[in-house]
Design a protein around this ligand. Structure first.
Ligand code: 2HA
Ligand code: ZN
Length: 271
């Protein structure tokens, strides 16, 4: 067996969480990530027949049976993942019953997966149903995105439109826009179900006055989606209190989407 601490998927996760922590997006135990792994990428590092513990999921995920996920731990800090991945992360496999997680590695202090696992696994199911390449669900509390939640209307059309106006590349990076959920109690199956429903349509979902969910094919792509929203929200928060002298017009947003060949939410423009 190769040393799991040298596995590319683990190092990518360690770098991503450290990066997000340093950006100030994931204070204390804020944020969580789940990363769908292929058996072939894990098997050189781990005996997949050796289950350390079993943990109830608290809901049913039949279509994920046998799937492997690298998941951040509940109550754990992104700040600490890099120096102690085996305590702060875990690799789980969804058991045959679709309602139990088999722990294969990690959570070595007796811990378990993030309290937001329902939202993660339900989102994985939703994204896989529309994108077979999908692999990552990422939740975070990016500062300016959150600030914007308090001073901007929280509906999908107006929020997406404002974000698209803030940076030229936004409509190209997230042409599908940003889904929005109102404030809801986190850690529940209800917010998980609501998030997953939005994830059929959007790769980005705002949790009102809480944070953001992103989904993508890789850690880099998913991070990049949230990073681009956060950059746009920063420009908005730096300018919202000032008289607006210029803006990117809807006709120009349309030109961008057409030039870069992306399929965008035409109903989010006022043309
Ligand atoms: O894991 O961010 O939403 C801590 C959170 C809960
Ligand atoms: Zn959160």
């Amino acid at each position: 067996m190769k040393d799991i601490l040298t596995a590319p998927f683990l190092n990518e996760m360690m770098q991503t969480t450290a990066n997000m922590y340093r950006l100030g997006w994931d204070e204390r135990n804020g944020g969580n990530i789940s990363y769908l792994l292929e058996e072939t990428e894990v098997s050189p590092y781990l005996d997949l027949s050796h289950v350390l513990r079993t943990l109830p999921l608290g809901f049913h995920a039949p279509s994920l049976e046998g799937r492997l996920f690298l998941v951040t731990g509940t109550g754990k800090y992104f700040k600490n993942v890099e120096k102690d991945p085996e305590t702060n992360l875990g690799i789980i496999r969804i058991a045959k019953d679709g309602q139990t997680a088999e722990l294969l590695w990690g959570y070595q202090d007796g811990g378990k997966f993030t309290s937001e696992l329902p939202a993660h696994l339900m989102s994985h199911m939703a994204r896989l149903s529309v994108d077979p390449q999908h692999r990552v669900v990422m939740h975070s509390h990016p500062t300016y995105t959150l600030a914007m939640n308090y001073v901007h209307k929280l509906n999908e059309k107006e929020l997406t439109h404002t974000l698209w106006e803030m940076c030229t590349e936004c409509i190209v990076v997230f042409p599908d826009g940003v889904g929005v959920l109102p404030w809801m109690l986190c850690g529940t199956n209800e917010i998980g179900e609501a998030t997953a429903k939005k994830m059929k349509e959007f790769r980005l979902v705002i949790w009102g006055m809480h944070g953001i969910y992103g989904a993508g094919k890789s850690l880099d792509e998913t991070f990049g989606l949230i990073e681009t929203v956060e950059k746009a929200a920063q420009i908005y928060m730096l300018t919202a209190h000032l008289p607006r002298m210029n803006t990117i017009k809807d006709e120009q947003l349309k030109q961008l989407a057409e030039f870069f060949g992306v399929s965008y939410r035409k109903d989010f423009l006022n043309l």
